[in-house]
Write a protein that binds this ligand. Structure first.
Ligand code: NAD
Length: 487
Protein backbone atom coordinates (compact mmCIF):
# COMPACT_ATOMS: atom_id res chain seq x y z
CA UNK A 1 0.00 0.00 0.00
CA UNK A 2 1.35 3.43 -0.93
CA UNK A 3 0.20 6.14 1.45
CA UNK A 4 2.65 8.79 0.30
CA UNK A 5 0.47 11.76 -0.65
CA UNK A 6 0.22 12.61 -4.32
CA UNK A 7 -0.02 16.27 -5.20
CA UNK A 8 -3.41 17.72 -5.99
CA UNK A 9 -3.78 19.29 -9.46
CA UNK A 10 -2.25 22.78 -9.48
CA UNK A 11 -5.58 24.23 -10.64
CA UNK A 12 -6.93 23.35 -7.21
CA UNK A 13 -7.01 26.48 -5.11
CA UNK A 14 -8.92 25.98 -1.91
CA UNK A 15 -11.77 28.32 -1.09
CA UNK A 16 -12.21 28.27 2.69
CA UNK A 17 -14.47 31.25 3.40
CA UNK A 18 -18.17 31.72 4.05
CA UNK A 19 -20.49 32.64 1.19
CA UNK A 20 -23.15 35.07 2.39
CA UNK A 21 -25.31 37.38 0.26
CA UNK A 22 -23.31 36.64 -2.88
CA UNK A 23 -19.91 37.44 -1.36
CA UNK A 24 -17.11 35.50 0.29
CA UNK A 25 -15.92 36.58 3.71
CA UNK A 26 -13.97 35.32 6.70
CA UNK A 27 -15.86 34.49 9.88
CA UNK A 28 -16.99 37.57 11.83
CA UNK A 29 -14.49 36.80 14.61
CA UNK A 30 -11.81 35.59 12.19
CA UNK A 31 -12.16 32.05 13.60
CA UNK A 32 -11.03 28.99 11.67
CA UNK A 33 -10.74 25.27 12.23
CA UNK A 34 -8.11 22.96 10.73
CA UNK A 35 -8.99 20.43 8.04
CA UNK A 36 -6.55 17.54 8.36
CA UNK A 37 -5.69 15.04 5.66
CA UNK A 38 -6.93 11.53 6.53
CA UNK A 39 -3.95 10.21 4.58
CA UNK A 40 -1.06 12.17 6.09
CA UNK A 41 -2.74 13.71 9.18
CA UNK A 42 -1.25 17.07 8.12
CA UNK A 43 -3.35 20.23 8.08
CA UNK A 44 -4.58 20.86 4.55
CA UNK A 45 -6.40 24.15 5.10
CA UNK A 46 -7.83 26.44 7.74
CA UNK A 47 -11.57 26.70 7.22
CA UNK A 48 -13.76 29.59 8.35
CA UNK A 49 -15.87 28.68 11.37
CA UNK A 50 -19.24 30.43 10.97
CA UNK A 51 -20.31 32.20 14.17
CA UNK A 52 -23.85 32.69 15.40
CA UNK A 53 -23.62 36.23 13.97
CA UNK A 54 -22.53 34.90 10.55
CA UNK A 55 -25.37 32.40 10.59
CA UNK A 56 -27.90 35.09 11.44
CA UNK A 57 -26.48 37.25 8.66
CA UNK A 58 -26.87 34.40 6.15
CA UNK A 59 -30.49 33.81 7.20
CA UNK A 60 -31.21 37.54 6.91
CA UNK A 61 -29.70 37.57 3.41
CA UNK A 62 -31.82 34.56 2.40
CA UNK A 63 -34.93 36.22 3.84
CA UNK A 64 -34.27 39.46 1.97
CA UNK A 65 -33.72 37.58 -1.31
CA UNK A 66 -36.83 35.46 -0.88
CA UNK A 67 -39.67 37.60 -2.38
CA UNK A 68 -37.78 38.43 -5.59
CA UNK A 69 -36.63 34.83 -6.09
CA UNK A 70 -40.13 33.44 -5.48
CA UNK A 71 -41.46 36.02 -7.95
CA UNK A 72 -39.33 34.78 -10.86
CA UNK A 73 -40.77 32.48 -13.50
CA UNK A 74 -39.80 28.82 -13.64
CA UNK A 75 -37.74 29.60 -16.77
CA UNK A 76 -35.84 32.37 -15.05
CA UNK A 77 -34.97 30.27 -11.99
CA UNK A 78 -34.15 27.33 -14.25
CA UNK A 79 -31.65 29.37 -16.28
CA UNK A 80 -29.47 29.95 -13.19
CA UNK A 81 -29.74 26.28 -12.29
CA UNK A 82 -28.65 25.18 -15.77
CA UNK A 83 -25.69 27.58 -15.58
CA UNK A 84 -24.66 25.95 -12.31
CA UNK A 85 -25.08 22.47 -13.79
CA UNK A 86 -22.67 23.34 -16.64
CA UNK A 87 -20.10 24.76 -14.22
CA UNK A 88 -20.26 21.65 -12.04
CA UNK A 89 -19.78 19.43 -15.10
CA UNK A 90 -16.65 21.45 -16.02
CA UNK A 91 -15.33 21.16 -12.44
CA UNK A 92 -15.85 17.41 -11.99
CA UNK A 93 -12.14 16.54 -11.72
CA UNK A 94 -11.45 19.32 -9.25
CA UNK A 95 -14.44 18.35 -7.10
CA UNK A 96 -13.23 14.74 -7.04
CA UNK A 97 -9.74 15.87 -5.95
CA UNK A 98 -11.10 18.13 -3.23
CA UNK A 99 -13.10 15.24 -1.78
CA UNK A 100 -10.05 12.97 -1.91
CA UNK A 101 -7.98 15.54 -0.07
CA UNK A 102 -10.51 16.34 2.63
CA UNK A 103 -12.25 13.06 3.44
CA UNK A 104 -10.25 10.40 1.60
CA UNK A 105 -12.73 9.52 -1.11
CA UNK A 106 -10.88 7.85 -4.04
CA UNK A 107 -11.09 9.81 -7.30
CA UNK A 108 -11.59 6.47 -9.05
CA UNK A 109 -15.29 5.84 -9.41
CA UNK A 110 -16.27 9.38 -8.38
CA UNK A 111 -19.84 9.77 -9.64
CA UNK A 112 -21.22 12.55 -7.43
CA UNK A 113 -20.69 15.50 -9.78
CA UNK A 114 -22.43 13.75 -12.70
CA UNK A 115 -25.37 12.80 -10.47
CA UNK A 116 -25.55 16.38 -9.16
CA UNK A 117 -25.65 17.76 -12.71
CA UNK A 118 -28.52 15.44 -13.65
CA UNK A 119 -30.49 16.48 -10.56
CA UNK A 120 -29.96 20.19 -11.26
CA UNK A 121 -30.95 19.82 -14.89
CA UNK A 122 -34.11 17.97 -13.91
CA UNK A 123 -35.12 20.52 -11.27
CA UNK A 124 -34.37 23.43 -13.63
CA UNK A 125 -37.78 22.73 -15.20
CA UNK A 126 -39.50 20.88 -12.34
CA UNK A 127 -40.90 24.11 -10.94
CA UNK A 128 -43.76 23.67 -13.43
CA UNK A 129 -45.03 20.82 -11.27
CA UNK A 130 -45.59 23.13 -8.32
CA UNK A 131 -49.34 23.22 -8.81
CA UNK A 132 -52.35 22.94 -6.55
CA UNK A 133 -55.74 21.37 -7.25
CA UNK A 134 -59.29 22.61 -7.74
CA UNK A 135 -62.67 21.46 -6.45
CA UNK A 136 -66.28 22.11 -7.51
CA UNK A 137 -67.57 19.67 -4.90
CA UNK A 138 -69.07 22.36 -2.65
CA UNK A 139 -72.20 23.88 -4.25
CA UNK A 140 -71.83 27.65 -4.69
CA UNK A 141 -68.05 27.55 -4.42
CA UNK A 142 -65.00 27.15 -6.61
CA UNK A 143 -62.23 26.03 -4.29
CA UNK A 144 -58.55 25.59 -4.96
CA UNK A 145 -55.15 25.12 -3.41
CA UNK A 146 -52.01 27.14 -4.02
CA UNK A 147 -48.50 25.72 -3.62
CA UNK A 148 -46.04 28.30 -2.34
CA UNK A 149 -42.43 28.30 -1.15
CA UNK A 150 -41.75 28.28 2.59
CA UNK A 151 -39.31 31.20 2.42
CA UNK A 152 -35.94 30.44 4.03
CA UNK A 153 -34.84 26.80 4.00
CA UNK A 154 -31.82 25.60 5.99
CA UNK A 155 -29.89 22.60 4.68
CA UNK A 156 -27.34 20.68 6.75
CA UNK A 157 -25.32 18.03 4.99
CA UNK A 158 -22.92 15.15 5.86
CA UNK A 159 -19.42 14.48 4.55
CA UNK A 160 -19.71 11.12 2.84
CA UNK A 161 -21.31 12.23 -0.47
CA UNK A 162 -21.24 16.02 -0.01
CA UNK A 163 -21.61 17.32 -3.59
CA UNK A 164 -24.52 15.01 -4.31
CA UNK A 165 -26.34 15.83 -1.07
CA UNK A 166 -25.65 19.59 -1.49
CA UNK A 167 -27.43 19.61 -4.86
CA UNK A 168 -30.06 17.08 -3.81
CA UNK A 169 -31.10 19.58 -1.12
CA UNK A 170 -30.79 22.93 -2.87
CA UNK A 171 -32.09 22.04 -6.36
CA UNK A 172 -35.70 21.25 -5.36
CA UNK A 173 -35.70 23.94 -2.67
CA UNK A 174 -34.78 26.78 -5.05
CA UNK A 175 -36.85 25.33 -7.92
CA UNK A 176 -39.84 25.68 -5.60
CA UNK A 177 -38.94 29.35 -5.02
CA UNK A 178 -37.27 29.09 -1.60
CA UNK A 179 -33.95 30.64 -0.68
CA UNK A 180 -31.35 28.56 1.16
CA UNK A 181 -28.67 28.65 3.83
CA UNK A 182 -26.58 25.48 3.58
CA UNK A 183 -24.08 24.34 6.18
CA UNK A 184 -21.38 21.95 5.01
CA UNK A 185 -19.80 19.26 7.13
CA UNK A 186 -16.67 20.17 9.07
CA UNK A 187 -15.10 16.98 7.67
CA UNK A 188 -15.66 17.91 4.00
CA UNK A 189 -15.99 21.68 3.58
CA UNK A 190 -13.86 22.13 0.44
CA UNK A 191 -16.36 21.00 -2.20
CA UNK A 192 -19.19 23.03 -0.67
CA UNK A 193 -16.99 26.16 -0.71
CA UNK A 194 -16.06 25.35 -4.31
CA UNK A 195 -19.75 25.00 -5.19
CA UNK A 196 -20.35 28.40 -3.56
CA UNK A 197 -17.85 29.87 -6.03
CA UNK A 198 -19.69 28.20 -8.91
CA UNK A 199 -23.01 29.57 -7.60
CA UNK A 200 -21.48 33.06 -7.68
CA UNK A 201 -20.17 32.45 -11.19
CA UNK A 202 -23.56 31.16 -12.35
CA UNK A 203 -24.97 34.59 -11.54
CA UNK A 204 -27.52 33.69 -8.87
CA UNK A 205 -28.93 36.84 -7.20
CA UNK A 206 -27.21 37.53 -3.85
CA UNK A 207 -28.76 35.73 -0.89
CA UNK A 208 -30.57 33.01 -2.86
CA UNK A 209 -28.00 30.38 -1.85
CA UNK A 210 -25.69 31.02 1.12
CA UNK A 211 -23.03 28.50 2.13
CA UNK A 212 -21.55 28.25 5.62
CA UNK A 213 -18.76 26.07 6.96
CA UNK A 214 -18.36 25.16 10.59
CA UNK A 215 -19.33 22.80 13.36
CA UNK A 216 -22.80 21.56 14.13
CA UNK A 217 -23.12 22.89 17.65
CA UNK A 218 -22.52 26.48 16.45
CA UNK A 219 -23.92 27.29 12.99
CA UNK A 220 -25.91 24.03 12.68
CA UNK A 221 -27.71 24.47 15.99
CA UNK A 222 -28.35 28.15 15.21
CA UNK A 223 -30.05 27.20 11.94
CA UNK A 224 -32.13 24.47 13.59
CA UNK A 225 -33.55 26.85 16.16
CA UNK A 226 -33.71 29.99 13.99
CA UNK A 227 -37.09 31.71 14.00
CA UNK A 228 -36.79 32.87 10.36
CA UNK A 229 -35.98 29.42 9.00
CA UNK A 230 -39.26 27.79 7.98
CA UNK A 231 -38.00 24.37 6.96
CA UNK A 232 -34.83 22.45 7.74
CA UNK A 233 -33.63 19.65 5.52
CA UNK A 234 -30.95 17.41 7.02
CA UNK A 235 -28.94 14.40 5.96
CA UNK A 236 -26.73 12.85 8.61
CA UNK A 237 -26.75 10.67 11.69
CA UNK A 238 -29.78 9.74 13.76
CA UNK A 239 -28.20 11.35 16.79
CA UNK A 240 -28.00 14.78 15.10
CA UNK A 241 -31.36 14.27 13.39
CA UNK A 242 -33.00 13.93 16.82
CA UNK A 243 -31.32 17.14 18.04
CA UNK A 244 -32.45 19.01 14.93
CA UNK A 245 -36.02 17.81 15.20
CA UNK A 246 -36.11 18.80 18.86
CA UNK A 247 -34.68 22.27 18.13
CA UNK A 248 -37.15 22.71 15.26
CA UNK A 249 -40.06 21.84 17.53
CA UNK A 250 -38.89 24.01 20.41
CA UNK A 251 -38.28 27.09 18.24
CA UNK A 252 -40.90 27.83 15.56
CA UNK A 253 -42.13 24.29 14.72
CA UNK A 254 -40.34 24.48 11.39
CA UNK A 255 -40.90 21.56 9.03
CA UNK A 256 -38.19 18.91 8.95
CA UNK A 257 -36.92 16.59 6.24
CA UNK A 258 -34.58 14.00 7.74
CA UNK A 259 -32.46 11.46 5.84
CA UNK A 260 -30.63 9.43 8.48
CA UNK A 261 -28.51 6.33 8.97
CA UNK A 262 -29.02 2.64 8.37
CA UNK A 263 -28.09 -0.92 9.32
CA UNK A 264 -29.17 -2.51 6.10
CA UNK A 265 -29.63 -6.26 5.64
CA UNK A 266 -28.94 -8.29 2.50
CA UNK A 267 -30.42 -11.80 2.40
CA UNK A 268 -28.92 -14.48 0.15
CA UNK A 269 -31.08 -17.54 -0.55
CA UNK A 270 -29.79 -20.91 -1.75
CA UNK A 271 -31.18 -20.36 -5.28
CA UNK A 272 -29.37 -17.02 -5.74
CA UNK A 273 -26.72 -16.20 -8.32
CA UNK A 274 -23.99 -16.47 -5.68
CA UNK A 275 -21.19 -14.87 -7.74
CA UNK A 276 -23.30 -11.78 -8.34
CA UNK A 277 -24.57 -11.69 -4.76
CA UNK A 278 -21.04 -11.92 -3.31
CA UNK A 279 -19.62 -9.29 -5.67
CA UNK A 280 -22.41 -6.80 -5.07
CA UNK A 281 -22.77 -7.23 -1.30
CA UNK A 282 -18.99 -6.88 -0.98
CA UNK A 283 -19.02 -3.68 -3.05
CA UNK A 284 -21.89 -2.31 -0.96
CA UNK A 285 -19.89 -2.49 2.28
CA UNK A 286 -16.49 -1.65 0.77
CA UNK A 287 -17.48 1.35 -1.39
CA UNK A 288 -16.41 4.69 0.15
CA UNK A 289 -14.69 2.61 2.87
CA UNK A 290 -18.07 1.56 4.21
CA UNK A 291 -19.10 5.18 4.78
CA UNK A 292 -22.49 4.87 3.09
CA UNK A 293 -25.88 5.22 4.77
CA UNK A 294 -27.31 2.24 2.89
CA UNK A 295 -24.28 -0.10 3.02
CA UNK A 296 -25.39 -3.70 3.63
CA UNK A 297 -23.60 -4.12 6.94
CA UNK A 298 -25.61 -7.25 7.83
CA UNK A 299 -25.59 -10.14 5.37
CA UNK A 300 -27.70 -13.25 5.98
CA UNK A 301 -26.85 -16.29 3.89
CA UNK A 302 -28.71 -19.60 3.66
CA UNK A 303 -26.88 -22.36 5.54
CA UNK A 304 -26.68 -24.64 2.49
CA UNK A 305 -24.63 -22.10 0.47
CA UNK A 306 -22.89 -20.24 3.30
CA UNK A 307 -19.43 -21.73 2.84
CA UNK A 308 -19.37 -21.11 -0.91
CA UNK A 309 -20.73 -17.57 -0.50
CA UNK A 310 -18.13 -16.71 2.14
CA UNK A 311 -15.32 -17.96 -0.13
CA UNK A 312 -16.62 -15.83 -3.02
CA UNK A 313 -17.03 -12.80 -0.74
CA UNK A 314 -13.46 -13.13 0.56
CA UNK A 315 -12.22 -13.50 -3.02
CA UNK A 316 -13.58 -9.99 -3.80
CA UNK A 317 -11.22 -8.49 -1.21
CA UNK A 318 -8.28 -9.34 -3.51
CA UNK A 319 -9.31 -6.48 -5.83
CA UNK A 320 -9.18 -3.87 -3.07
CA UNK A 321 -6.31 -1.41 -3.43
CA UNK A 322 -5.76 0.77 -0.35
CA UNK A 323 -3.78 3.97 -0.76
CA UNK A 324 -3.76 7.64 -1.69
CA UNK A 325 -7.27 8.51 -2.87
CA UNK A 326 -5.78 10.87 -5.50
CA UNK A 327 -4.16 7.87 -7.19
CA UNK A 328 -6.56 6.63 -9.90
CA UNK A 329 -5.43 3.03 -9.24
CA UNK A 330 -6.67 3.17 -5.64
CA UNK A 331 -10.23 2.06 -4.84
CA UNK A 332 -10.19 2.12 -1.03
CA UNK A 333 -9.34 5.32 0.82
CA UNK A 334 -8.82 6.02 4.50
CA UNK A 335 -11.73 6.68 6.87
CA UNK A 336 -12.72 10.37 6.75
CA UNK A 337 -10.93 11.60 9.87
CA UNK A 338 -9.49 10.51 13.18
CA UNK A 339 -12.89 10.57 14.91
CA UNK A 340 -14.38 8.21 12.30
CA UNK A 341 -11.27 6.04 12.41
CA UNK A 342 -11.41 5.72 16.20
CA UNK A 343 -15.12 4.84 16.10
CA UNK A 344 -14.58 2.11 13.49
CA UNK A 345 -11.56 0.74 15.38
CA UNK A 346 -13.69 0.54 18.52
CA UNK A 347 -16.31 -1.49 16.64
CA UNK A 348 -13.53 -3.67 15.33
CA UNK A 349 -12.72 -4.57 18.94
CA UNK A 350 -16.41 -4.98 19.85
CA UNK A 351 -16.91 -7.21 16.80
CA UNK A 352 -13.96 -9.35 17.83
CA UNK A 353 -15.41 -9.92 21.27
CA UNK A 354 -18.86 -11.02 20.06
CA UNK A 355 -18.13 -12.60 16.70
CA UNK A 356 -15.38 -14.40 14.82
CA UNK A 357 -13.05 -12.41 12.54
CA UNK A 358 -12.50 -14.18 9.22
CA UNK A 359 -11.03 -11.35 7.13
CA UNK A 360 -9.64 -7.85 7.43
CA UNK A 361 -8.10 -5.73 10.10
CA UNK A 362 -6.50 -2.42 10.90
CA UNK A 363 -3.15 -1.98 9.10
CA UNK A 364 -0.47 -0.80 11.52
CA UNK A 365 2.13 0.37 8.98
CA UNK A 366 0.49 3.58 7.85
CA UNK A 367 -0.24 7.11 9.03
CA UNK A 368 -3.48 7.09 7.01
CA UNK A 369 -6.74 6.15 8.72
CA UNK A 370 -7.11 2.84 6.87
CA UNK A 371 -9.38 -0.06 7.78
CA UNK A 372 -9.38 -3.12 5.54
CA UNK A 373 -12.67 -4.66 4.44
CA UNK A 374 -13.52 -6.79 7.47
CA UNK A 375 -15.83 -9.78 7.95
CA UNK A 376 -17.18 -11.13 11.22
CA UNK A 377 -19.22 -14.34 11.34
CA UNK A 378 -21.22 -16.08 14.07
CA UNK A 379 -22.17 -12.82 15.78
CA UNK A 380 -25.24 -13.00 18.06
CA UNK A 381 -28.14 -10.93 16.73
CA UNK A 382 -28.26 -9.04 20.03
CA UNK A 383 -24.59 -7.94 19.83
CA UNK A 384 -23.95 -4.20 19.67
CA UNK A 385 -22.20 -4.45 16.30
CA UNK A 386 -25.38 -5.99 14.84
CA UNK A 387 -27.47 -3.05 16.05
CA UNK A 388 -25.36 0.13 15.69
CA UNK A 389 -24.45 1.85 12.44
CA UNK A 390 -20.65 1.45 12.29
CA UNK A 391 -20.03 3.51 9.14
CA UNK A 392 -16.93 1.60 8.18
CA UNK A 393 -16.03 -1.38 5.94
CA UNK A 394 -17.15 -3.98 8.48
CA UNK A 395 -19.77 -6.59 7.62
CA UNK A 396 -21.35 -9.28 9.77
CA UNK A 397 -22.28 -12.39 7.84
CA UNK A 398 -24.72 -14.71 9.62
CA UNK A 399 -26.47 -17.91 8.61
CA UNK A 400 -30.20 -18.66 8.37
CA UNK A 401 -32.31 -21.66 7.37
CA UNK A 402 -35.88 -20.39 7.26
CA UNK A 403 -37.61 -17.55 5.36
CA UNK A 404 -39.75 -16.32 8.27
CA UNK A 405 -36.75 -16.40 10.57
CA UNK A 406 -34.60 -14.31 8.21
CA UNK A 407 -37.33 -11.71 7.62
CA UNK A 408 -37.65 -11.33 11.37
CA UNK A 409 -33.86 -10.91 11.72
CA UNK A 410 -33.65 -8.45 8.81
CA UNK A 411 -36.37 -6.27 10.37
CA UNK A 412 -35.04 -6.50 13.91
CA UNK A 413 -33.42 -3.05 13.85
CA UNK A 414 -34.45 0.50 14.64
CA UNK A 415 -33.24 1.50 11.17
CA UNK A 416 -35.16 1.03 7.93
CA UNK A 417 -33.32 2.55 5.00
CA UNK A 418 -32.62 -0.28 2.55
CA UNK A 419 -32.90 -4.05 2.39
CA UNK A 420 -31.87 -6.52 -0.29
CA UNK A 421 -32.70 -10.08 -1.27
CA UNK A 422 -31.03 -12.43 -3.75
CA UNK A 423 -33.26 -15.28 -4.97
CA UNK A 424 -34.64 -16.66 -8.24
CA UNK A 425 -38.05 -17.25 -6.65
CA UNK A 426 -40.25 -14.25 -7.54
CA UNK A 427 -42.94 -15.16 -5.00
CA UNK A 428 -40.39 -15.26 -2.22
CA UNK A 429 -38.84 -12.00 -3.41
CA UNK A 430 -42.21 -10.25 -3.34
CA UNK A 431 -43.07 -11.68 0.09
CA UNK A 432 -39.78 -10.21 1.29
CA UNK A 433 -40.45 -6.85 -0.39
CA UNK A 434 -43.81 -6.63 1.31
CA UNK A 435 -42.54 -7.64 4.75
CA UNK A 436 -39.38 -5.49 4.72
CA UNK A 437 -39.47 -2.48 7.01
CA UNK A 438 -37.30 -0.38 4.71
CA UNK A 439 -37.71 2.61 2.41
CA UNK A 440 -36.04 0.75 -0.47
CA UNK A 441 -36.08 -2.99 -1.18
CA UNK A 442 -33.66 -4.33 -3.78
CA UNK A 443 -34.28 -7.67 -5.48
CA UNK A 444 -31.24 -9.37 -7.00
CA UNK A 445 -29.20 -6.23 -6.50
CA UNK A 446 -28.14 -4.19 -3.48
CA UNK A 447 -27.00 -0.73 -2.43
CA UNK A 448 -25.83 1.67 -3.68
CA UNK A 449 -28.19 0.76 -6.54
CA UNK A 450 -31.09 3.20 -6.66
CA UNK A 451 -33.71 4.44 -9.11
CA UNK A 452 -33.41 8.03 -10.38
CA UNK A 453 -37.17 8.54 -10.68
CA UNK A 454 -38.29 6.84 -7.47
CA UNK A 455 -38.26 8.11 -3.88
CA UNK A 456 -35.45 7.50 -1.43
CA UNK A 457 -35.80 7.67 2.34
CA UNK A 458 -36.20 5.72 5.52
CA UNK A 459 -38.76 3.73 7.48
CA UNK A 460 -38.53 3.90 11.28
CA UNK A 461 -35.52 5.81 12.66
CA UNK A 462 -33.90 6.16 9.23
CA UNK A 463 -35.76 9.33 8.47
CA UNK A 464 -38.78 11.46 7.80
CA UNK A 465 -40.05 12.23 4.28
CA UNK A 466 -38.76 11.07 0.90
CA UNK A 467 -36.39 12.62 -1.61
CA UNK A 468 -36.43 12.11 -5.37
CA UNK A 469 -37.24 13.88 -8.59
CA UNK A 470 -41.00 13.38 -8.15
CA UNK A 471 -41.01 13.79 -4.37
CA UNK A 472 -38.58 16.50 -3.31
CA UNK A 473 -40.40 19.48 -4.79
CA UNK A 474 -43.40 18.67 -2.61
CA UNK A 475 -41.21 18.81 0.52
CA UNK A 476 -40.40 22.46 -0.23
CA UNK A 477 -43.90 23.75 -1.00
CA UNK A 478 -46.54 24.87 1.48
CA UNK A 479 -50.20 24.23 0.63
CA UNK A 480 -52.80 26.96 0.96
CA UNK A 481 -56.53 26.38 0.52
CA UNK A 482 -58.49 29.23 -1.13
CA UNK A 483 -62.27 29.12 -0.81
CA UNK A 484 -64.24 31.23 -3.32
CA UNK A 485 -67.97 31.80 -2.90
CA UNK A 486 -69.39 32.17 -6.39
CA UNK A 487 -73.00 32.96 -5.55
P1 NAD B 1 -23.54 13.96 11.57
O1 NAD B 1 -24.93 13.84 12.06
O2 NAD B 1 -22.44 13.81 12.54
O3 NAD B 1 -23.31 15.39 10.88
C1 NAD B 1 -24.12 15.81 9.80
C2 NAD B 1 -24.16 17.33 9.79
O4 NAD B 1 -24.83 17.78 10.96
C3 NAD B 1 -22.79 17.99 9.78
O5 NAD B 1 -22.83 19.08 8.90
C4 NAD B 1 -22.65 18.46 11.23
O6 NAD B 1 -21.82 19.58 11.38
C5 NAD B 1 -24.08 18.81 11.56
N1 NAD B 1 -24.39 18.84 13.00
C6 NAD B 1 -23.78 18.17 14.02
N2 NAD B 1 -24.35 18.48 15.19
C7 NAD B 1 -25.35 19.36 14.93
C8 NAD B 1 -26.32 20.04 15.74
N3 NAD B 1 -26.35 19.90 17.06
N4 NAD B 1 -27.21 20.85 15.13
C9 NAD B 1 -27.19 21.01 13.78
N5 NAD B 1 -26.29 20.41 12.97
C10 NAD B 1 -25.39 19.58 13.54
O7 NAD B 1 -23.42 12.93 10.37
P2 NAD B 1 -22.13 12.66 9.48
O8 NAD B 1 -21.15 11.91 10.30
O9 NAD B 1 -21.71 13.90 8.80
O10 NAD B 1 -22.71 11.72 8.34
C11 NAD B 1 -22.85 10.36 8.48
C12 NAD B 1 -24.29 9.99 8.78
O11 NAD B 1 -25.12 10.47 7.73
C13 NAD B 1 -24.51 8.50 8.83
O12 NAD B 1 -25.38 8.19 9.90
C14 NAD B 1 -25.16 8.21 7.48
O13 NAD B 1 -25.93 7.04 7.48
C15 NAD B 1 -25.98 9.43 7.28
N6 NAD B 1 -26.32 9.63 5.87
C16 NAD B 1 -27.61 9.41 5.47
C17 NAD B 1 -27.95 9.54 4.13
C18 NAD B 1 -29.37 9.30 3.68
O14 NAD B 1 -29.70 9.68 2.56
N7 NAD B 1 -30.22 8.69 4.49
C19 NAD B 1 -26.99 9.93 3.19
C20 NAD B 1 -25.68 10.16 3.62
C21 NAD B 1 -25.36 10.02 4.98
Amino acid sequence: MSTKAMTAPTSTKYETRLFINGEFSAASDGGTFPLNSPLTRETVALISEATVMDTNRAVAAAKAASPAWAGLSVHERGAYMNNLASLIAESEKELASLEAISMGRPISGYWDAKAAVKKLQYFATAGWNGQGRTSLNTPGFINLTLRQPFGVVAAIIPWNVPVYVFINKIAPAIAAGNTVVLKSSEKAPLTSAKLAGLIQKAGFPPGVINVLSGHGHISGATLASHMDVRLITFTGSGRTGRLIREAATKSNMKNVVLELGGKSPAVIFDDADLERAAKETFHSIQWNSGQACMANSRVYVHASVAERFLDLFKECAKDVRLGDPLNPEVNHGPQADIAQYDIVKKYFEIGNQDGKLVLGGVPEDTTGYFIQPTIFVETPESARIMRDEVFGPIVNINIFTDEDEVIQMANDTEFGLYSAIYTRDIDRAMRFARASEAGTVAINCTSPTGAFDLPFGGYKASGIAREGIHDSLDNYLETKTVIIRTG
